[in-house]
Design a protein around this ligand. Structure first.
Ligand code: FMN
Length: 456
């Protein structure tokens, strides 16, 4: 039996996950709007035999300007290039790298989504993937005729329907449908074309999709969401789950829960790859790795730092940064359900004597969930998670680009390869093959096929 290999994604948006990445001396300041930057990152990823490049996304400027002046200093989070367009270009300069992006079920029609991703899948010869998100930001909602996001239940109901319709459309053409016979004049076998005739509460879609399946049958379905409703969509339809587990305990609990949910939907455990986000600062020595982290932390503008506390506390800009939050302070953050979190953070800051500056550095730099060290240090942790079956691999959320991607390919990947945990060559050409997933089975193949009269 071949040894199970770790899966790796390189998760990105713009210039990296650290909020001060754009100010780093090695980062191209306008890179998030330049195709050459993305090509460079993708080439680093492919050189490292990474399974897939993954784009987080939102249809709008999601950051609020609290405190005033923070928006203008947030850099890479404000503007970028729409990722399906971007991935089409990346597909032309790579041959094996998986190409996955987020796209919202709140602001897209299923037919548009199915068609766009099917096109990307064809162009890349079977390397595309769709990360289903229901979208949480009121700032995005305002770009689509809404004042705020739809309520939670409706958002997820819509997401579930949309995902059903998209995956249904991707099965429009059964295996062997395209006979392409110039001699007889038959382009496709009508009996192998299927109309979906989907009718739900939010969407009505007839089909068929006017794009044929790629070499991997259909794009890979990815899901990132933590609530029971989100997990159920993942367990029913997804092939990769992107999670936000910060500890091995969280990851073990999450994975066990997903296995149960998979069984509920009659899917085998091997049908899913669970990949938590994993922030790495990799150095040739521990000191170098720590310096890389400190350097970015030092570049956080205080106004930007305070914006990371604003959802919880409101605007703290009037308070001294090098003192703890005052004892009589009342949090003004208005998000439902997080006041307990704000209270805990205030209590902890008093207990540890943490200053406001220390608090924002912790939040903005995600100080509690970073992995900082040599490749061997970081590989030790990854190996532990992987062997204890806390996950199937990791989505590396590197702090700055392209340098962080180069560190992964030059330092971390060789260490994982040396331990026999990661591939030295891509196994196949499609993302499905490289993730070791079973071939896609078109829902109509083998079933009694329905004969459709003609294309309308
Ligand atoms: C690891 C991870 C990555 C995510 N990436 C995105 C993203 O790129 N764009 C987006 O709009 N939402 C993203 N989300 C948010 C989720 O889609 C979802 O809206 C949010 O987690 C709240 O839903 P939940 O309660 O089901 O977790 C992500 C969530 C997680 C956990």
């Amino acid at each position: 039996m071949t040894k199970k290999m770790m899966r790796l994604g390189l998760s990105m948006r713009g210039l990296g996950y650290h909020p001060a990445a754009w100010r780093h001396p090695d980062v191209p300041v306008n890179g998030a709007s330049e195709i050459e930057h993305y090509h460079t990152v993708a080439r680093h990823a492919e050189r490292g035999k990474i399974d897939m490049i993954f784009f987080a996304d939102g249809a709008g400027v999601r950051a609020k300007d609290t405190p005033k002046g923070s928006l203008a200093r947030l850099g890479q989070y404000i503007t970028d290039i729409e990722p399906t367009v971007l991935l089409a270009s990346i597909s032309a300069v790579t041959t094996h790298l998986g190409l996955v992006t987020t796209a919202s079920t709140a602001y897209n029609e299923p037919y548009n989504l199915a068609r766009r991703f099917a096109g990307l899948d064809l162009m890349s010869h079977g390397r595309a993937g769709w990360n289903i998100v229901a979208s949480w930001s009121n700032e995005e909602a305002k770009n689509f005729g809404l004042e705020q996001v739809r309520d939670y239940g409706e958002r997820y109901e819509r997401a579930a329907e949309c995902a059903e319709a998209v995956t249904g459309l991707w099965d429009s053409w059964e295996d062997g449908a395209f006979v392409l016979d110039k001699e007889s004049g038959i382009f496709f076998d009508e009996s192998r074309m299927h109309r979906l005739n989907f009718e739900g509460k939010h969407f009505k879609v007839r089909g068929p999709l006017n794009a044929r399946p790629s070499e991997q049958g259909r794009p890979i379905v990815v899901q990132a969401g933590n609530s029971p409703a989100g997990r159920d969509i993942g367990a029913k339809l997804a092939e990769v789950i992107y999670t936000a587990s910060n500890t091995i305990e969280d990851a073990l609990t999450y994975y066990a829960d997903m296995r149960e949910r998979l069984a509920k939907f009659g899917r085998p455990p091997d049908a899913l790859r669970v990949m938590p986000g994993f922030r790495t600062y990799i150095g040739r020595t521990r000191e170098e790795a720590q310096e890389k982290f400190e350097m970015l932390q030092d570049l956080i503008d205080p106004v930007v730092g305070l914006s990371f506390l604003a959802d919880t506390f409101g605007d703290l800009s009037g308070l001294p940064l090098d003192e703890p939050i005052p004892a009589d302070f009342k949090p003004a953050g208005d998000r439902e359900g997080i006041s307990g979190w704000a209270d805990r953070l205030i209590a902890r800051s008093r207990q540890d004597g943490k200053t406001i500056r220390e608090l924002y550095l912790e939040q903005a730099g995600q100080a509690s969930s970073n992995y900082i060290g040599t490749a061997a240090d970081i590989a030790d942790i990854m190996e532990d998670w992987f062997h204890k079956e806390a996950c199937d691999g990791f989505n590396l959320t590197v702090p700055h680009l392209p340098g962080g991607a180069a560190d992964v390919s030059d330092l971390l990947v060789p260490e994982l390869q040396r331990r026999g945990l990661f591939r030295t060559e891509y196994e196949g050409r499609t993302l499905r093959e490289n993730l070791g997933l079973p071939p896609h089975r078109n829902r109509y193949t083998g079933a009694d096929r329905v004969r459709e009269a003609s294309i309308a």
